[in-house]
Design a protein around this ligand. Structure first.
Ligand code: HEC
Length: 256
């Protein structure tokens, strides 16, 4: 009886989830935090200083992703692959990781309430999409959308893809009448060719109003990308996604 219920649930849940994962989040057109990407591996153990050592270790690619790729027993979605195929997945993922990067540029000082421009540059993953988030800390489980610490996102971010052309495809899925001043953005239809060194890339320009309370504020950007080919990802819980943070900036907000 229990088994039947579980199987039925899986049938209902899997297609819905497959729509969003692994193609990023075409339907979640809202602000969120890096915690949401629970299936993704976190690039560095330093992103989880508050977590018990075991838990933090289980989140990095070596354990979470390659551990599953090498596993010989279910529930690993890789059990049917030959050891050669497994090593190839790991080789390509490591190469993609080594070529992936994200940076954030913001003024070191601002007056309270002053409008500032923050530029995020990202490159990485195997496409077809990547995601960029502007957050308060480089923390895998505890980062918040930048607006939570008092910064106001004052307009729709300007998004350019690998071709350097402005794109609004994901933003255009916001329902009519909803604000577009997002701190999370997906960049879609990005070309990928590892041999030619062509990878998804984005420049996202945010306009922010500095918090009204003077103080020292932190800011970081996060990149969400994949390392396996999406058409092979029959199992939507593959840990082949990544969360990569930029360095954390400190911005001094002063009395106007
Ligand atoms: C059920 C597991 C799962 C969850 C939960 C999840 N993801 Fe993913 N995500 C994946 C997988 C699998 C991939 C594809 C990795 C690959 O290509 O190897 C992926 C890839 C992505 C990509 C890159 C898209 C692409 O084309 O590869 C983005 C962006 C992304 N996820 C964002 C998010 C965000 C934001 C959240 C939280 C709302 C989230 N994901 C939650 C599994 C998940």
């Amino acid at each position: 009886m229990k088994k039947t219920v579980f199987a039925a649930l899986f049938v209902i849940i899997a297609p819905a989830a497959a729509l969003a994962y692994p193609n990023g989040t075409p339907n979640y057109v809202t602000d969120t935090g890096p915690f949401c990407a629970s299936c993704h591996s976190a690039a560095k153990i330093e992103y989880m200083p508050e977590a018990p050592a075991d838990l933090a270790r289980n989140e990095v690619p070596e354990t979470k992703h390659y551990g599953a790729v090498r596993a010989q027993t279910p529930p690993s979605p890789y059990v049917e692959l030959s050891s050669k195929q497994r090593e190839e997945i790991i080789r390509v993922a490591k190469l993609i990781d080594s070529k992936s990067s994200i940076s954030v540029l913001a003024p070191a000082r601002a007056k309270a309430g002053q409008e500032v421009t923050v530029t995020v540059r990202a490159r990485g993953g195997n496409g077809p999409a990547i995601g960029v988030m502007l957050v308060d800390r480089a923390l895998r489980f505890q980062a918040r959308p930048i607006s939570s610490s008092g910064w106001f996102v004052s307009g729709a971010p300007e998004v350019k893809g690998q071709d350097n052309k402005a794109q609004t495809t994901w933003l255009d899925r916001r329902a009519n009448g909803l604000a577009r001043n997002m701190s999370y953005i997906m960049i879609e239809e990005q070309p990928f060719d590892l041999e030619k060194d062509i990878m998804p890339a984005a420049t996202v320009t945010f306009r922010l109003k500095a918090p009204s309370m003077p103080g020292v504020y932190t800011m970081a950007a996060a990149l969400f990308y994949g390392t396996e080919n999406t058409d092979k990802a029959g199992f939507f819980q593959r840990p082949s996604g990544r969360i990569l943070f930029s360095e954390e900036l400190e911005i001094r907000v002063e009395n106007p």
